[in-house]
Design a binder for this molecule. Structure first.
Ligand code: PMP
Length: 392
């Protein structure tokens, strides 16, 4: 049977380009010190920003939910898969985000499929930052709406596109809140101002901003004091919130429209009881524990300044996502492998995720990293950085 033989050739090609890799397998959870192949490794790549993946209150909520409801929800939300904890989670999320309503999906990825795949109509145009996440791009691709891409954070180009797109029915501007590969923040105040001037709808994907930016981690909209001026706030429950899932927060009409039409909501089984209950508890933890975010920010800012003083290129980072730019793909992969030998896990992010000459290892600083952990990571970076001639 020859049918799939070509796949092997493509895999060989990836190997030749130095881009072949399989997921690292961990033998322990959470971190920041985790086990891999019997070794203790410092985890510098997890999106567990606030260390909530093993928070005692959330674990307890999950255990109690399993005892009460079982391990599965049994159905999609619109049949018999909506439990009172799903409902409560959406109420508290909306309250937390300061919106009329929120709708929960199984992941951040499916949220973007659901929101964009449903809302965008053939006579609409969607205007998207070039560095927006793959799930936004794929959500848009599900539709027949016209697409326009603006250069990363280029507000002049965004305005040009808005000027030229007056004939469309609805105009949507979509941006990540925090960009996941560079760790920079969207110019949301400028975007909102342009949207108001040109009567466009603003959607912000707060996957890396939920729990990170704004008061108690309310997100980019709150961070910039734009409450009430952003139409759709998308978020994930998989990163700082520490579990898995996604949501869209906005008006009640938006929620009810998505309930009736969003295919990932209609045709895929709802979050398990343990997931819904631990997400709900996480929102309460966010509200009661601002010190977690404060610790994460203090650590991230000092780590970034230190690396810059050491001579590393941290790109545009202004959040706990801190890339160290290395260069082309194979060299970046080698750099990451050397760090692992030194006991530090920071994966290589290479072409096509980022430009061919801008391969980087990406660090994410969390509330769980101690000053000693960060110094350990820095010493490993200094050692490997010198080997690779990155320190100038
Ligand atoms: N949007 C953005 C901007 C992201 O970075 C991610 C996570 N990689 C997602 C959506 C998808 O979120 P999830 O992992 O919950 O599916």
């Amino acid at each position: 049977m020859a049918g799939l033989d070509g796949l092997k050739d493509e895999l060989e090609e990836l190997k030749r380009q130095g881009r072949y890799r399989l997921p690292a397998v961990w033998e322990s959870g959470s971190g920041p010190w985790m086990e891999m192949g019997g070794r203790r490794i410092l985890q510098m790549a997890s999106n567990n920003y606030l260390g909530l993946t093993d928070h005692p209150r959330m674990k307890q909520a999950a255990i109690e939910a399993i005892e009460k409801y079982g391990v599965g929800s049994g159905s999609v939300r619109t049949i018999s898969g909506t439990l009172d904890i799903h409902d409560q989670l959406e109420r508290e999320l909306a309250e937390f985000k300061g919106t009329e309503a929120a709708l929960v999906f199984q992941s951040g990825f499916t949220t973007n499929q659901g929101v964009f795949g449903t809302l965008l109509q053939p006579d609409d145009v969607v205007i998207s930052d070039e560095l927006n996440h793959a799930s936004i791009i794929d959500g848009i691709r599900l539709t027949k709406a016209a697409r326009r891409i603006f250069k990363h954070k280029d507000m002049n180009q965004l305005e040009e596109i808005l000027k030229e797109s007056g004939s469309f029915n609805r105009r949507y501007i979509v941006t990540d809140g925090v960009f996941s590969m560079d760790g920079d923040i969207a110019p949301l105040p400028d975007i909102v101002e342009l949207a108001e001037r040109y009567d466009a709808i603003v959607c912000v994907d707060d996957a890396h901003a939920s729990g990170v930016l704004g008061k108690n981690g309310k997100g980019t909209t709150d961070h910039f004091g734009l409450n009430g001026r952003v139409h759709i706030q998308i978020g994930t429950l998989s990163k700082a919130v520490g579990v898995v899932g996604g949501y869209a927060a906005g008006s009640l009409a938006l929620k009810e429209y998505l309930i009736h039409k969003a295919r990932p909501f209609l045709f895929s089984t709802s979050q398990t009881p343990a997931v819904a209950a631990s997400c709900l508890e996480a929102i309460r933890v966010l509200r009661s524990s601002p010190e977690l975010g404060e610790r994460m920010w203090a650590s991230a800012n000092s780590f970034r300044s230190q690396l810059q003083a050491d001579g590393f290129d941290t790109g545009a980072s202004e959040t706990p996502i801190i890339p160290i730019v290395v260069g082309e793909a194979a060299r970046t992969m080698e750099f990451s492998a050397r760090l692992l030998e030194e006991g530090v896990f920071a994966p290589a992010i290479v072409y096509p995720t980022v430009a061919a000459d801008k391969g980087r290892v990406r660090f994410i600083i969390t509330a769980s990293h101690t000053a000693e952990d960060l110094e350990f990571a820095r010493q490993a970076l200094l050692k490997v950085g010198r080997e690779f001639g990155l320190l100038g």
